[in-house]
Every structure is written in structure tokens, then in C-alpha cells.
Design a binder for this molecule. Structure first.
Ligand code: GLN
Length: 486
């Protein structure tokens, strides 16, 4: 049975189509695994009766002749996406037990395709963090090494796919929250172009950056799920009106002649030798496959973290204003008047990281500081995006490390927010530019902890990027490695 649990999306789609397994059997198998591996603390809400009803419906659709590639394939959703049938908390106490009256568009699109939801996944509170240590519901463990963080903010999603509790999980990336946890857990994590996935029903953190994506075993699996997940949504004002496309169409393209840009700024001070070794070996593998490495420069990339930590908290301070004790979630039990009620509800409901961001964000947006910080940050954001555009005149994709080190230990960075923020040094530039970007497993570093290779492509070129990743995965087997005991 564990062979079935280890199968990815493409493989499960084939087995379902050939009637070698039913959606109900699969859902039961994976619900059992979720239960067996409670110690990971990856799931926040599991409701087997809802999952099994979805699985039964998928089997009925297949019996009636439907044949979708995802029909009956299990998935789990990061608790940033609102769902009608499971609580939606953003891993915050302020939303404990909150039941949404509707499903996020991403959730809805995948449900329409017949995917069966196993439940909701732990993450950093409001997706703020790099280690999942900011969840109000406790840490998620890294299946490779239970003393290591699973990355964040999508730590529940990364641990779930790495431990093979689900073949795919949704995730969100604002500054690195898909790529960093994917790198730390040895799986494939992909952030599409900003505006491609709908943000409708995604609990907002920083609206100009928030991008839904996926954790999968392989690039091919990601392409299959993107086919149903991405697309124009009139309910999201920043949704891109691009025609539907087949994200699998470039998987078979050889990389011979492909120009891979290697930014020198991603190999500077701070990059740990174990990570550098694995990433350089991956680049050498691409050369072996016929690709050409091109030296490029992203001169403003190092300003990414300071820019991000002005822009993201500014937007967060505005987005989190809606949690006021009136409309959603937690309200203080005792208060004197309206203002006191809001103060107490917010003080009790938010954890320390959202509070820190609300303070920073309010500060940089306040009169007198707006021009000095926020406007300046927006200007530098443009410079970073321009660097990336310039780079794409010299190369087809950009490649480099995802993180400076392999997964760190619990508590190692919690007392130093700046050290924690630096975990996203190499991922933030792609977020600020809104380009598609991904992490794919490329080896192991210190203490046997996984290393990720980052790929970036230009806007709307995720199909090409997935093809480049797929070719590497045809030539290597890092993505097939499963942590011991799973
Ligand atoms: N680690 C970054 C932060 O804390 C990015 C988080 C994210 O991408 N959601 O904001």
C-alpha cells in the first residue's frame, strides 16, 4: 500500500483512470497516514466524512464517464485559503474555528476538477514567517529531521508532501513561502506569475505579492494541477486575463541550447558551502544535458529584503485592519466601549509576528515617513524588477540556490527577526518582480538535510520553466527520495 501512498499526481491519475484504485480507497489510505503521522502537526483540520463524501462523488463522476486527469486525486489546502467545509484560520488565534461562507477560487477550481480535499494545513500565522514557528497551533516538524524546521510559511504543505501524506498541497508565496519550505523538505514547490492564480478567498497578507502555488513531488505533477487551478477570475481585480493554456506542453522540450543565467549575487557571502556544492552540481547536470550557463548580474537583488520588509508590512497593516472583533473571529470577552473592544480583541487574537508587522507597516505609511520609506521602497522594487527583465535578454531562465543554508533548527532564529528575514534573501527578488519561480530538490547538505535549486522564468513562462525542471528530473532522482519512516 505504501507504493500507492508514494505515487504522485500523474501516476494516481493513471491508476484511477485504469480503475486500479478508487477515489474512496485513496482517500481512506491517506486519511490513515495523516492520522498515523499526527506528530508532524501538519494538519489543522481533518473531517473524514467530508473527504469521503468528495471521494464518493469523484468515483460517481468517473462511473458516469468523466475522465479528468485529477478526478479523485487527493489534495490538502494551506490554511490561508478559505473553505466552506473546514475551518479557515490562517493559523491565527484570531480566526480560531472560523467557518467561511464560501470557498476560495483556487479551492473551488480544484474541487470542480474532482480533487478530493484531505483537510487544512498548518502554516505561519497569516503566512508571516520562514519556519512555521509563528503558527498559533504549534510547530510543524520536518519529516527529514524532526529537529529541523520544515520552512515557512507553507510548512504544513511542505511536510505533507515530503512525508507523502498527500501527492500535492496548495501553498502561498509572498516572499518565498513556497520555495523555501520546498527546499527545506526536498520537494518541488512552484510559484506561478503574480496574477495568474486568483487571490479571491486567499486570506490577504501583502496583496501586491501574494501568489498561490503548489507543493508537489515533480514539475510534471505541478503542470497537471496548474492546468485546472490557474486562470482568469473576475472576482480578483489583479487577475490576469490570459487564455487558458496547457502547462504540460513544454515538458518534453530538450534543454539543449537553453541559456541558463547564473546571478553572481546569489553565490556571494552567506551562501553555505554544502548548499553551493549541490546547486553547482545541478548546474553542471544541466550543462551535461546541453544547456549553456551564462554569467548574469542582479545588482539590486541585495536590496530585496529591506524593500520587502517595508512593502509587505505596509500592505499587511492595511489588510489586517479587517480583524476588528466585529466581522470575523475572536472578540474579547470583556471591554468598556467599541475602541476598547477592538484593542482587546486584536491584542488577544494576533500573535507577536503579525503585531510586529502591523507596527512596522503603520510606521512606514505614516505622514512624514511615507515618502522616505514606502515610496523609496516602491522605487527600488522597480529597479529589482528591471534587473530581472534585463537578465532575461541574456538568458531563458535564471538558476541559483533557494536558501543560504539547509533547514535550520527550532529556536535557532526565533530571537532574531532579521536573521529569520534573511532566509528569503534569494526568493524575495522574484516575488517583488512577480515572475514565476520554483524550487526543485537537487541533493542533500549538512546532516542529510535537503537542498533546493531555484529556477526563475519571465512573466507567464511557467510552462517553459516547468519543462526545464522536468528535464532535470528525468536525469536525476532527488525528487524520488522519501524520508525514512514515511
Ligand atoms: N518569510 C517571508 C515573510 O515572513 C515570506 C513569507 C511568505 O512568502 N508568505 O514574510
Amino acid at each position: 500500500m505504501s507504493e500507492l501512498a508514494h505515487a504522485g499526481v500523474a501516476e494516481l491519475g493513471r491508476l484511477l483512470r485504469q480503475k486500479k484504485v478508487s477515489a474512496i480507497e485513496l482517500a481512506k489510505l491517506l486519511l490513515d497516514r495523516v492520522e498515523q503521522h499526527r506528530e508532524l502537526n501538519a494538519f489543522l483540520d481533518v473531517r473524514p466524512e467530508v473527504t469521503l463524501a468528495q471521494a464518493k462523488a469523484a468515483d460517481e463522476r468517473r462511473a458516469r464517464g468523466e475522465d479528468g486527469a485529477l478526478l479523485g486525486v487527493p489534495i490538502a489546502h494551506k490554511d490561508i485559503f478559505v473553505t466552506r467545509d473546514w475551518a479557515s484560520t490562517a493559523s491565527s488565534k484570531i480566526l480560531q474555528g472560523y467557518m467561511s461562507p464560501f470557498d476560495a477560487t483556487v479551492v473551488d477550481n480544484l474541487a470542480r476538477a474532482g480533487m478530493v480535499c484531505l483537510g487544512k494545513l498548518n502554516c505561519d500565522e497569516f503566512a508571516m514567517g520562514s519556519s512555521n514557528e509563528n503558527s498559533a497551533y504549534g510547530n510543524v516538524l520536518n519529516p527529514w529531521d524532526q529537529g529541523a524546521v520544515p520552512g515557512g510559511s507553507s510548512g504544513g504543505s511542505s511536510a505533507t508532501v515530503a512525508a507523502r501524506l498527500a501527492p500535492v498541497a496548495t501553498a502561498t508565496d509572498t516572499g518565498g513561502s513556497i520555495r523555501e519550505p520546498a527546499a527545506f523538505t526536498g520537494i518541488t514547490g512552484t510559484k506561478p506569475t503574480y496574477g495568474r492564480p486568483s487571490r479571491w478567498g486567499m486570506i490577504a497578507f501583502a496583496s501586491s505579492l501574494d501568489t498561490a502555488g503548489l507543493m508537489t513531488q515533480t514539475a510534471e505533477d505541478c503542470a497537471l494541477v496548474f492546468n485546472e487551478m490557474l486562470g482568469f477570475d473576475p472576482k480578483d481585480s489583479t487577475s490576469l486575463e490570459t487564455p487558458r493554456e496547457d502547462f504540460t506542453r513544454h515538458l518534453a522540450d530538450p534543454v539543449k541550447g537553453l541559456k541558463i543565467g547564473v546571478p553572481k549575487e546569489f553565490f556571494g557571502e552567506g551562501l553555505q558551502p554544502d548548499v553551493e556544492r549541490a546547486v553547482r552540481a545541478a548546474l553542471a547536470e544541466y550543462e551535461k544535458l546541453g544547456a549553456q550557463l551564462v554569467d548574469i548580474s542582479l545588482p539590486n537583488a541585495e536590496l530585496g529584503i529591506p524593500v520587502y520588509y517595508v512593502v509587505a508590512p505596509a500592505e499587511a497593516s492595511s489588510n489586517l485592519a479587517r480583524f476588528d472583533g466585529v466581522r470575523y473571529g475572536h472578540r474579547a470577552a470583556r471591554y468598556d466601549d467599541l475602541i476598547d473592544m477592538m484593542k482587546k480583541s486584536r491584542s488577544e487574537g494576533f500573535g507577536p509576528e503579525p503585531k510586529r508587522r502591523i507596527l512596522i507597516g503603520t510606521y512606514v505609511l505614516s505622514h512624514g515617513y511615507y515618502d522616505a520609506y514606502f515610496i523609496k521602497a516602491m522605487q527600488v522594487r522597480r529597479l529589482i524588477a528591471d534587473d530581472i527583465q534585463r537578465a532575461f535578454t541574456q538568458c531563458d531562465v535564471i538558476a541559483g540556490p533557494v536558501t543560504t543554508s539547509v533547514a535550520f533548527g527550532f529556536g535557532e532564529k526565533t530571537t532574531d527577526p532579521v536573521a529569520m528575514y534573511l532566509a528569503d534573501l534569494y526568493t524575495v527578488p522574484g516575488s517583488l518582480a512577480g515572475v514565476p519561480s520554483m524550487s526543485l530538490p537537487c541533493g542533500f547538505g549538512e546532516r542529510g538535510r535537503p537542498v533546493g535549486l531555484q529556477l526563475m522564468a519571465n512573466h507567464l513562462q511557467e510552462a517553459k520553466m516547468l519543462g526545464v525542471a522536468h528535464q532535470y528530473q528525468q536525469a536525476t532522482d532527488w525528487h524520488r527520495r522519501v524520508p525514512e519512516g514515511f
